[in-house]
Unconditional design. Structure first.
Ligand code: AMP
Ligand code: MG
Length: 361
């Protein structure tokens, strides 16, 4: 893993290398394929040496970059090691992919009506997810598992064609949080098509846990960036962190950059992360729970919130599905959004949480 001694002038994300990176599942050959260019970019970015410690780990199907400022290297590395282990643990607890058993997979395979006990943190994230589903009019929903697996964007083999209409209609029957019942001993589902998928919120939760572990290790100035979803705390040698926001269509270009200090989450859902082209049409991985088809209103939806990357992650998916008309709802919950619609038009909340500097397009 590259250890970089950071970037004084600017700090940009490099998630643009993950155009088709599947989340929560990737074999070791693919990992190498995605990691190598990332390392080269990181090293290139780190030519401007200062006091930062930077490390990358492959977790949740993406390159997670840890940047720590203002502490001695050994202390920073120890904190990163612990934070990365915690984030890996969260992947293992929540993933619905791969062969390793967990309670979420057990729930998804349970007989309808059977009560399954979920570990405390799964129970808690499920309750949070159901709340966001209700608040977002089901633009985000945690019961999209059957549909996600049917489309297969997160499977090791990227799909080459859309599923049949019949299969989509069948999977859609389960996409309804009313089919989840909470009982004293756990949760049951009423329909076999109702399957959990935490893919739109678990990364944010892992980032929050990663930040919590860094803090437990005495770190006050850091960024945890999981391939487009990040939380920044403290500052960068007394100045705000500078965080570039990638352009959804121009590879290597930015829409602009943020100045973040204190405790800020910036989370983006984009159609460039995992997609395939079929008969000239682009099919991407964020699904519209109404139609069962890839959501078509947006190409990139960014949510900015104070602290909480978990909620920002869920809402970035909701905003992507809703498109620009979802911005007032987001704002009413104390967050702000920046959306590039399917026609390339930018729509933004009045950005008061943190300054944004648009790039000249
Ligand atoms: P994100 O990149 O945070 O927007 O999350 C996208 C992932 O969440 C997908 O790969 C699916 O696993 C899952 N997902 C797709 N559409 C939705 C949706 N409308 N609500 C909740 N999860 C979704
Ligand atoms: Mg999300």
């Amino acid at each position: 893993m590259p250890l970089c001694v950071g970037v004084r002038v600017s700090w940009l994300r490099f998630e643009f290398i993950f155009l088709v990176a599947p989340s929560f599942s990737m074999n070791s050959v693919s990992r190498l394929f995605f990691l190598l260019p990332a390392c080269m970019l990181l090293l290139a970015a780190c030519s401007n040496q200062s006091q930062d410690v930077r490390e990358s780990r492959f977790i949740m199907g993406t390159l997670v970059q840890f940047t720590i400022s203002g502490v001695e290297e050994g202390m920073a590395l120890e904190a990163i090691r612990a934070a990365a282990a915690e984030m890996q643990r969260i992947e293992d607890v929540f993933t619905i992919y791969g062969t390793q058993a967990n309670a979420v997979k057990a729930f998804n395979a349970s007989v309808p009506g059977e009560v399954v006990a979920l570990p405390g943190e799964v129970d808690s994230l499920l309750k949070t997810s159901i709340e966001v589903a209700q608040q977002s009019g089901d633009a985000f929903t945690p019961v999209i598992g059957s549909l996600s697996i049917l489309w297969g964007f997160s499977l090791p083999e990227v799909p080459v064609a859309p599923p049949s209409e019949l299969d989509i209609v069948t999977a859609l029957i389960g996409v309804d949080t009313q089919m989840l019942v909470h009982e004293s001993k756990g949760w049951k589902r009423l329909n076999s098509q109702t399957q959990l998928d935490f893919g739109a919120i678990a990364k944010g939760y892992a980032i929050d846990r990663g930040i919590a572990v860094l803090r437990e290790h005495g770190i006050g100035n850091a960024i945890v960036d999981a391939g487009g979803d990040l939380r920044a705390i403290g500052d960068h040698a007394g100045k705000p962190w500078r965080i570039g926001l990638r352009h959804p269509r121009k590879e290597g270009a930015t829409l602009g950059w943020f100045e973040a200090s204190g405790d800020i989450s910036i989370v983006t859902s984009g159609d460039y992360e995992r997609f395939f082209l079929y008969q000239g049409k682009r099919y991407q991985h964020i699904l519209d729970p109404q139609s069962g088809m890839p959501a078509e209103r947006s190409s990139s939806a960014t949510v900015i919130s104070v602290a909480n990357a978990t909620i920002a992650d869920a809402w970035s998916t909701a905003l992507f599905v809703s498109g620009a008309e979802g911005l007032p709802l987001l704002e009413s919950r104390g967050m702000q959004g920046l959306l590039v619609d399917a026609d390339g038009q930018m729509h933004a909340s009045k950005l008061t949480i943190l300054p944004f500097h648009p790039s000249a397009q």
